[in-house]
Ligand binder design. Structure first.
Ligand SMILES: Cc1ncc(COP(=O)(O)O)c(C=O)c1O
Length: 377
């Protein structure tokens, strides 16, 4: 059937934030009004309240709000004094920020291939990438599932390199009982609207168990000033604003319910895809997966994506080109074929709608439409 003749019976967007807003509108509106009436737009009790609550939720001693997940990573590298001459190891298969921040502080990103089951940095390949120049590892918890944090932490400790967790997609996820952001020296969160805990704009947070590192992050995000107008170091302005903090505090109260809803939807998809000719997402029994994304794997991915789009179903490709092959990193000398797992994943992955407000009818419709395609090809 051609695209023109297909009539979708249902539409299923990749993400429906209107459904989320409808669920909690009264609380959200109240929180926004509270800030507007207080006129405390920068800092203040909403920001410090959220910092405490996210830290507690993530089982960390400290949380420091900042302007975005990218800034959380950038501030972390700056706090650890990573700069020219240093190497930072990260996953070849992630959102650009996981590596862009390394280049932005003047250091060299070093890419490691991923475990094809969960698309996270493969700990078995990590040690071989460490050199005397390695200063830190940025371990990305992709799609809402933690890396093997025990193995990665042990390697970092053995070689005395810093461990930064890029937990942008993984708030509340766990590895053997430890929460994302609580294991590394620093944890980095994003509150981009599509995250499980998403703001009404940009926002981010750094978490740490170390009072010293926390103090340095705080200093850097406020132009290095303490007391006000006296600058011991050069920092930047990377504040989380009070409106976003107030919204996030409301949403944090619902986060577990939403993450459980995502996991429930994933279980239903898993069942509906039993026996299908596609790769289902792997759920590691050692962890808690919060399903920021539900990502399947199919050889004719782009045709499947078109098939779904023609039938009213939104999908996304996270990510179509691995980081080591991005044009901006050409001078690093990576060639196609160097990191085959990341390269194969980039060709085959497809994220399906997984948000918690999906109805069972919508999930069954998405799964049946996927299977119409995969069973026939
Ligand atoms: C893995 C990962 N790292 C970092 C970021 C950067 O976060 P932000 O968009 O808030 O700057 C994101 C968010 O998109 C992400 O998914």
């Amino acid at each position: 059937m051609s695209a023109m003749t297909v009539k979708a019976t249902l539409t299923v967007p990749l993400l429906d934030l209107k459904a989320q807003y409808a669920d909690i509108q009264a609380e959200m509106d109240q929180a926004v009004h509270r800030v507007l009436e207080s006129t405390r737009f920068i800092g203040g009790p909403e920001v410090s309240g959220l910092e405490d609550e996210v830290a507690r939720y993530s089982r960390c001693a400290h949380g420091i709000g900042c302007a975005s997940g990218t800034d959380a990573l950038l501030l972390s590298l700056r706090v650890l004094e990573v700069g020219p001459g240093d190497e930072v190891i990260t996953s070849a298969f992630s959102f650009f920020a996981s590596a862009g921040v390394v280049a932005n502080v003047g250091a060299r990103p070093v890419f490691v291939d991923v475990d094809p089951r969960n698309y996270n940095l493969d700990p078995h390949r990590l040690e071989a990438a460490i050199t005397p120049m390695t200063k830190a590892v940025i371990a990305v918890h992709l799609f809402g599932q933690c890396c093997d944090l025990n193995a990665i932490q042990a390697i970092c400790e053995k070689h005395q390199v810093w461990l930064i967790e890029d937990a942008a997609q993984a708030i509340g996820s766990e590895w053997e009982g430890r929460r994302a952001g609580a294991v590394g020296d620093l944890g980095c969160f994003s509150f981009f609207p599509s995250k499980n805990l998403g703001a009404a704009g940009d926002g981010g947070m750094v978490t740490t168990q170390s009072a010293t590192l926390a103090e340095r992050v705080r200093l850097l995000r406020e132009h290095g000033s303490n007391p006000k107008y006296y600058h011991s170091i050069v920092g930047t302005n990377s504040r989380l604003d009070a409106l976003q903090a107030a919204i996030l505090r409301v949403k944090l109260r619902h986060l577990d319910r939403w993450s459980e809803g995502r996991a429930r939807n994933a279980t239903l998809y898993d069942r509906l895809f039993e026996g299908a000719r596609l790769g289902r997402p792997y759920r590691d029994p050692r962890g808690r997966h919060i399903y920021n994304q539900y990502v399947i794997r199919v050889p004719r991915r782009d045709s499947l994506r078109q098939h779904l789009s023609d039938r009213g179903i939104g999908t996304e490709i996270y990510y179509p080109l691995p980081l080591h092959l991005q044009q901006c990193f050409a001078t690093l000398g990576y060639q196609p074929g160097y990191l085959p797992q990341a390269e194969a994943a980039a060709q085959e992955v497809l994220a399906l709608p997984i948000y918690p407000e999906l109805t069972e009818e919508q999930i069954r419709y998405v799964a049946a439409t996927v299977r119409d395609f995969t069973d026939a090809t």
